[in-house]
Design a protein around this ligand. Structure first.
Ligand code: FMN
Length: 387
């Protein structure tokens, strides 16, 4: 079973991830991980930290030998480049540090206040350091290994942006290769160039106003076979598993599979994807409103996950909050931060999805080695070809 944990604080020494259960014999390098980490830093609207300080480099410190996995837990470290500047604030031992680093108030929209009260904490920093989306770098590292695993079986995952600050992109119906090339070229990962221009203008306006923007991204999985996940138990349903993984990303507030966000408006005859059969091809659909999953099981169509991201909560023109000592109304800390993270959130979403699909895939085609899983998978494909 593939499972993982991440650890590390935003301004701590480093982030870490341990991936357990990755089969033996997967070719993987630090370069594969770094490529995904660099994709996470991009996107028009990211702040100074993403552009410079988060120039992340992954170090694999266990689980890989001679260029391939050896079935032991894989440990990945990502050093925080500005840790030296924070070594007093983040010191393991109790020591004096510049009081300016103590946050006097909680920022609305962050875990600050709820965490401060829940843990009877002395300082909001104890909460915000881990709640920060810096943690998503570790998750992208994990996702990059899972993506590499899935690519061995012809499964590919990408993402694109559908909406930023109310600017909606036109619906597109293109294959995964075109989605990959168009999204990688766009500064906002958008496939509609007219909408892209307006999204950039909206981001610039928000930046000038000291404001932030949210939006919507879509993760697309091509090549997933029929039969991942299960209808039989609530926590085995693939759509439920994907939703949990995506919803756990900082600032994601809604997840739909396929045309889920429109399901309340469409009648049954419009929503459901009718089934056809063609000799040589097998079962097929002309539409994919189900987003590749029916009854918790992948149905062989492209898996589509649609996610809504809230506007990020740290504003240059700060929101009203309360001073934790005096209880007087004050403005939240004005910090330099991102203005819009929707494109980056999409890249994190790809990783979240990659992990869940890799887990479901290894459950279905289980084996200790990549070779063994390949044998199981090709036997299944041969069986499907006869159905
Ligand atoms: C890639 C990424 C980068 C983010 N950067 C920031 C940021 O610079 N400033 C900020 O206030 N929130 C940022 N966020 C969002 C917050 O981390 C998030 O809103 C906060 O932790 C509260 O979690 P919740 O929105 O899921 O409730 C970012 C989110 C992601 C996915």
């Amino acid at each position: 079973m593939i499972r993982f944990l991440t650890s590390g604080e935003s301004h701590g020494r480093c982030l870490a991830a341990i991936i357990d259960g990755m089969p033996y014999g997967l070719k993987i390098s630090e370069k594969d991980i770094n490529l995904e980490l660099s994709r996470r830093r991009k996107g028009y609207g990211r702040g100074e930290r993403a552009a410079s300080i988060e120039n992340d480099i992954a170090e694999i410190v266990s689980g890989v030998r001679q260029g391939r996995t050896i079935a032991s837990p894989i440990t990945i470290l990502i050093k925080n480049r500005d840790w030296q500047n924070w070594s007093e604030v983040m010191c393991l031992e109790k020591m004096k540090f510049d009081k300016r680093f103590i946050m006097p108030s909680a920022r609305p929209g962050h875990a600050d206040l709820a965490g401060y009260l829940k843990y009877d904490s002395e300082e909001i920093r104890d909460i915000l350091e881990r709640a920060s989306a810096r943690e998503t770098a570790a998750r992208v590292a994990v996702g990059s290994v899972c993506k590499k695993f899935l690519s061995e079986f012809g499964i590919r995952i990408t993402s694109y942006v559908k909406e930023i600050g109310g600017i909606k992109a036109r619906n597109v119906n293109i294959d995964i290769d075109k989605i990959i090339s168009a999204s990688e070229q766009s500064p906002v990962r958008c496939l509609d160039s007219a909408a892209e221009k307006n999204m950039i203008k909206m981001i610039e306006k928000a930046q000038a106003d000291g404001n932030t923007l949210g939006g919507r991204f879509v993760v697309v999985v091509s090549g997933a076979p029929v039969g991942l996940g299960s209808h039989a138990q609530w926590d085995n349903k693939l759509d439920a598993r994907l939703s949990l993984a995506l919803m756990s990303i900082q600032s994601v507030k809604a997840v739909a599979i396929g045309a889920g966000f429109n399901a309340s408006e469409l009648s049954g005859s419009k929503f459901h994807d009718e089934i056809y059969y063609k000799k040589g091809i097998g079962y097929l659909r002309k539409t994919n409103n189900a987003g590749g999953i029916e009854g918790g099981i992948s149905n062989g169509e492209t898996i589509i996950c649609d996610c809504i991201v809230k506007p990020i909560p740290s504003l240059k023109k700060p929101l009203t909050t309360v001073d934790l000592k005096t209880k007087k109304s004050v403005k939240a800390e004005a910090v330099r931060s991102d203005v819009c993270v929707v494109p980056a959130a999409g890249v994190v979403g790809e990783s979240a999805v990659a992990v869940e699909i890799a887990k479901a895939f290894t459950e279905k085609f289980s084996g200790d080695t990549i070779r063994e899983i390949k044998r199981n998978f090709s036997a299944y494909r041969a069986y499907l070809a006869k159905r």
